[in-house]
Design a protein around this ligand. Structure first.
Ligand SMILES: *Cc1c(COP(=O)(O)O)cnc(C)c1O
Length: 383
């Protein structure tokens, strides 16, 4: 096995020849970043009002094809706002994944709603429509008010939040269809999948709302940032209103008509974001070329490399491979990290964390299989 590890680490190092230590994912500021940030500073509009925030929203509409985009301070808060807009209330249930980053479940928890964990598909690592279907047929009950309730907990199942893991689109059209049947609002956590398409449609546009993150480790970054997209004009208006302290438009008075949030992305970050978005297409092409090299290499070694579905176009944010079992995964993590190649296991499954270990869950055999075996390997844009 040690031999295999050596071969893998050597190959990864060859992909990033200028570096002694190879991070999992580092940002690249090789476009107009400095010019735009300096321009934002010169304009004195560095906070939540400014030309770049508006420009950012326009660019997000262009890229995703969504009718409306709202700039948000980070992806977690974008998700929080999206769930509020989907009218998720305290004690409602939200169907999501155990295999996800903690932010998905934190956002659900901010509303005091309860996550319920659906399994993922082994190939997409995202929510499994068959697991979702099975769960709803077993526990779902449509009541006279038009909503679906959980027969076991008696709680309303208000929303479903699938996540496009590592940028790989999940079977989102099937999930959207199931949500429609059960009148469950679909909110896509597309934090990792900017530039990823399913059947030529951008991820995040299949349901009511989609959310994105521009954190430092994502495909494109603005330090910290997020976005919310929707085709629903009323929702978009409300998103902007709630994200700006629910302040009513007025030339001087401070009038607020409900509890709002300070969730708008600052212009300084938006300047950085605009410069990065200009390079999104090139970054994704670059990352897809790396993924393709990895794919061929791991094929020869008979190590499973996680690939996009034939009908999907992934941004390959983070590349992932599967080892035989936990022991082999741990041995590789130790070897790679000791030899200057950063690699990481997937997040601890949500249902194993103390905050969520009593949450209801579907059979999570695929999530558990993946959690035992998967490692992410360096995936930055190569310069
Ligand atoms: C990065 C990420 C978020 C939110 O990220 P922020 O750091 O708050 O911008 C949410 N969900 C997933 C799955 C993520 O990977």
């Amino acid at each position: 096995m040690q031999e295999n590890f050596q071969t893998v680490v050597k190959f990864i190092k060859q992909q990033f020849p200028q570096q002694d230590f190879i991070p999992l994912h580092e940002p690249r500021f090789i476009g107009n970043e400095k010019a735009y940030v300096l321009d934002a500073i010169s304009s004195t509009f560095v906070s939540s009002v400014g030309a770049y925030v508006n420009k950012f929203e326009e660019m997000m509409c262009e890229i995703t094809g969504a009718k409306h985009a709202i700039a948000i301070v980070n992806g977690t808060n974008a998700l929080h706002l999206a769930l509020l807009l989907a009218d998720v209330q305290e004690e409602d249930e939200v169907l999501s994944q155990s295999l996800t980053f903690i932010a998905t479940c934190n956002a659900i928890s901010y509303i005091k709603a309860k996550p319920v964990f659906i399994d993922v598909d082994l190939d997409t690592l995202g929510m499994s429509p068959s697991s979702l279907n099975l769960f709803l047929h077993q526990y779902g009950e449509k009541r006279a008010d038009g909503f679906t309730y959980n027969k076991q907990s008696q709680k309303r199942i208000k929303a479903c939040v699938p996540m496009h893991t590592f940028g790989l689109p999940c079977r989102i059209d099937e999930i959207a269809e199931i949500c429609k049947q059960w009148n469950i609002s679909l909110v896509e956590d597309a934090a990792e999948s900017l530039g990823s398409y399913y059947k030529n449609q951008h991820t995040g546009t299949f349901g009511k709302i989609g959310t994105f993150s521009f954190n430092g480790n994502k495909t494109v970054t603005c330090g910290g940032g997020g976005a919310l997209i929707t085709n629903d004009e009323a929702l978009a208006k409300r998103a902007k209103h709630l994200s700006t302290q629910a302040k009513q438009a007025h030339p001087w008075a401070f009038l607020h008509d409900e509890i709002g949030y300070n969730y708008r992305m600052p212009n300084l970050n938006a300047a950085l974001a605009c410069a990065q978005l200009e390079q999104l297409k090139a970054f994704v092409e670059n990352k897809r070329a790396l993924a393709s090299s990895y794919k061929n290499f791991f094929q020869d070694l008979a190590i499973p490399f996680v690939e996009e579905l034939p009908e999907a176009q992934s941004n390959y944010w983070l590349n992932a491979i599967l080892w035989k079992d936990v022991a082999e995964r741990e041995a590789f993590l130790k070897y790679a990290n000791n030899h200057g190649v950063m690699s990481r296991p997937v997040w601890e499954l949500m249902h194993r964390l103390p905050m969520f270990n009593t949450a209801q869950k579907a059979h999570l055999s695929n999530s558990e299989y993946i959690a035992d075996r998967l490692v992410n390997i360096p995936s930055s844009v190569r310069t």
